[in-house]
Ligand binder design. Structure first.
Ligand SMILES: [Zn+2]
Ligand SMILES: [Zn+2]
Ligand SMILES: [Zn+2]
Length: 149
């Protein structure tokens, strides 16, 4: 039970971590890697995809040490990060950016709100003055705005 809770809490914390990394690192020090994600292009891959590799390193390490002498709590932290990574990929890369044509015709209001929030993030082509840096958490106004459309 404590393990399941650990995984769940890690997942929630990851949204905060993602917000901060996106806000301060991707739109900061490592903007040159994230920049092509904000520009129109025809390539399937983006330099921005390197972040998938960077973000997978902590969970790989946690899995490695989490099975050391029997399963321990590190494994479940790693699992939380992995699940968040999968959710992020499905929402950001598949649902929003349509890199794969899965579940295209969603009418789920939560998913539509997510899409709208992230589109606002992409209104900004540059490094500065961004908004909506989170992914699974979207400010309520995007859901409300949607209902009037
Ligand atoms: Zn961005
Ligand atoms: Zn995006
Ligand atoms: Zn931006």
């Amino acid at each position: 039970m404590i393990f399941a809770l650990t995984t769940f809490v890690t997942f929630i914390i990851m949204e905060g971590v993602t917000w901060c990394t996106h806000r301060f690192i991707m739109h900061g020090l490592l903007w040159n890697l994230h920049e092509d994600h904000h520009q129109p292009h025809d390539n399937f891959f983006e330099k921005n995809d390197i972040f998938f590799i960077i973000f997978s390193i902590p969970s790989i390490l946690l899995f490695y040490f989490g099975v050391d002498g029997g399963l321990n709590i590190l494994f479940f932290i790693g699992l939380g990060i992995l699940l968040y990574g999968i959710a992020y990929f499905l929402v950001h890369d598949v649902l929003i950016h349509r890199r794969f044509k899965w579940f295209d015709k969603t009418s789920n209001p939560y998913l539509k709100g997510l899409r709208k929030g992230h589109k606002m993030h992409h209104k900004h082509l540059g490094k500065e003055h961004g908004e909506c840096f989170g992914m699974l958490y979207v400010p309520l106004k995007y859901f409300k705005a949607h209902q009037t459309v």
